[in-house]
Design a protein. Structure first.
Length: 320
């Protein structure tokens, strides 16, 4: 179901700083697919008033698919590591093996953990914490702080063709935690307290992510999102592109202990982000951002801002 709303129906719209969202929108608007977007992109880069720009050229469209709305958070981890294997740094980050076939099942996480890729010269770097490495794979990109103080930026290169399975849900299934207790920090602490069982728990998720080094990405830029450009803390969300065009502005109304009403830009995707009312909020880089992102699992509402003609045509097409 899709329904065109007015801007007056967006809770908190008048209080937001739309200029911050406009600058983020301008970073990737030239990559949005569709004939309606190029002219809007040109106007965005010279618009004197951000709020007026969005209200003049867009209409809010509420898209629903019958699934419950859900907001979660993600971040860019920073791990300690080395380009060479040492006694301390002994857990490898692998580049994409040349024999991976897109969409076809490859070695499982258990296989790779058992050494199936060892000796093939696929290691990009080595880190000191297998739990943080697991969550680096969940996030899909990160920073490796090397021993000399320099930073290696890494991004998603591909995966092993196996479906992601939530280890948080596995802990709930086993009766170790209730649903409201589970967060990334809780999972990390449990795995560290129970190293043998924890290792087995991580391997219940058969999905495995491979990385590539990003030498041209400077330390002050955000990680690369699905649109192949840097994303912005608290203005970028990951969405399901089946429902939300990549690059489109999206108004979010997140409920919960720390409600959030803000104009975001849909610049990323994620394997767990499925549905019209599903979004992952990018919180930034490092441990503090990780702590904040890990607390988020809230209901709410998200509304896509579409070019006027496209908005009404989309509503008519969906309703028809």
């Amino acid at each position: 179901m899709a329904r065109v709303l007015s801007f007056d129906e967006l809770n908190g719209w008048a209080a937001d700083d739309q200029s911050a969202a406009l600058s983020v929108f301008a970073e990737t608007c030239d990559l949005i697919e569709g004939a309606e977007w190029p002219q809007l992109c040109a106007l965005a880069k010279q618009a004197p008033n951000a709020r007026s720009f969005f209200e003049l050229f867009f209409r809010p469209v509420l898209i629903e698919d019958g699934q419950e709305p859900l907001f979660t958070g993600y971040f860019e981890p920073e791990l300690r590591g080395s380009r060479s294997q040492t006694a301390r740094y002994r857990y490898p980050l692998y580049r994409l093996p040349p024999d991976v076939v897109s969409g076809a099942p490859y070695l499982s996480r258990q296989d790779i953990s058992d050494g199936a890729l060892a000796g093939r010269d696929l290691e990009i770097a080595w880190v000191d914490d297998p739990v943080e490495l697991f969550f680096l794979q969940v996030q899909g990109s990160g920073r490796i702080r090397l021993e000399n103080g320099s930073v290696m930026r890494i991004g998603y290169a591909g995966h092993n063709g196996r479906n992601y399975r939530s280890i948080g849900q596995e802990l709930i299934r086993r009766g170790i935690y209730d649903a409201h207790q589970v967060s990334a920090k809780v999972i990390q602490n449990w795995v560290r307290r129970n190293p043998v069982e924890g290792d087995a728990l991580l391997n219940t998720n058969p999905s495995y992510v491979f990385f590539r080094e990003l030498p041209s990405l400077s330390a002050d830029k955000g990680p690369i999102g699905a649109m192949h450009r840097s994303i912005t803390p608290m203005r970028t969300i990951a969405v399901d592109p089946k429902f939300t065009p990549l690059g489109a502005p999206v108004w979010i109304e997140k409920d919960g202990a720390e409600p959030l009403q803000r104009l975001m830009i849909a610049q990323d995707t994620g394997s767990a982000i499925k549905g019209a009312q599903r979004a992952d909020i990018f919180f930034g880089s490092g441990h503090f951002a990780g702590d904040q992102a890990g607390k988020i699992r809230d209901p709410g509402r998200m509304i896509v801002l579409m070019p006027i003609q496209l908005a009404y045509a989309f509503e008519e097409r969906v309703e028809g």
